[in-house]
Design a protein around this ligand. Structure first.
Ligand SMILES: NC(=O)c1ccc[n+]([C@@H]2O[C@H](COP(=O)([O-])OP(=O)(O)OC[C@H]3O[C@@H](n4cnc5c(N)ncnc54)[C@H](OP(=O)(O)O)[C@@H]3O)[C@@H](O)[C@H]2O)c1
Length: 198
């Protein structure tokens, strides 16, 4: 069945998170997969500590860390029901290579993604076997977020074994692979075209 619905929600707001999950469940009568993809970034040179204000830390933490956790909590019972009727529910968090290596647009961003990676493993441990929890950690992806990131684009073209940034489809395929793999849980799949090898 090729159908989709759109629900507008500001994931910085708790009430919107709850509405998003309940509208998805009431539209489909079930919930099998939750992909926590929405995220925000801030470009701040790592050595510019003054610009990484408390407000920046709180804003990034709310959307990149608290919202994914809260969405899993809100979806937990529906995802467990999936396990009773079909197969384990599946959560995939979109983190970043910046959460694995000391890189990234800013320190608050990188730390938020490192937290998301750790949360992925902690939730996998707590929620199995009914719910599997994995993450994809992209390197550079061609999206509106990175449209002007010419330095990073050149780096990937020149140094990564794949000689290009990822397309959104590349990341979607990695997500589909994790969703389709019934025995994988607690994995953080680095999808950076091999840049980490250089
Ligand atoms: N692009 C990369 O190179 C790259 C690399 C590593 C990881 N990532 C991660 O991949 C994910 C997608 O990033 P992207 O590159 O597609 O970024 P993007 O082009 O900036 O898109 C971000 C998406 O998140 C949504 N979003 C942001 N804040 C939200 C909020 N408070 N409530 C609801 N939705 C919100 C945006 O919705 P609106 O458009 O409505 O604002 C947009 O759809 C993020 O988690 C990002 O950290 C990206």
């Amino acid at each position: 069945m090729n159908q989709a619905i759109y629900v507008q929600a500001d994931l910085a707001l708790e009430a919107d998170r709850a509405r998003l999950v309940s509208e998805a469940v009431s539209a489909w009568g079930q919930l099998d997969v939750l992909v926590n993809n929405a995220g925000i970034s801030k470009v701040i040179p790592h050595e510019d500590l003054a610009s990484a204000t408390a407000a920046v830390w709180h804003e990034l933490h709310e959307v990149n860390v608290v919202a994914p956790f809260h969405l899993v909590a809100l979806a937990e019972s529906a995802l467990r029901e999936a396990a009773q009727c079909r197969r384990a529910g599946s959560v995939v968090n979109i983190s970043s290579h910046a959460g694995i290596r000391p890189k990234g647009a800013s320190i608050p961003y990188a730390v938020s993604k490192a937290a998301l990676n750790h949360m992925t493993r902690l939730l996998a441990l707590s929620l199995g076997p009914d719910i599997r929890v994995n993450a994809v950690a992209p390197g550079l992806v061609d999206t509106p977020l990175t449209a002007g990131w010419t330095g990073a684009q050149a780096l990937w073209r020149e140094r990564a074994p794949m000689h290009r940034a990822a397309s959104p489809d590349d990341i979607a395929h990695a997500v589909a692979m994790l969703v389709g793999s019934d025995y994988l849980t607690g994995e953080v799949l680095l999808s950076d075209g091999g840049l980490n090898l250089t």
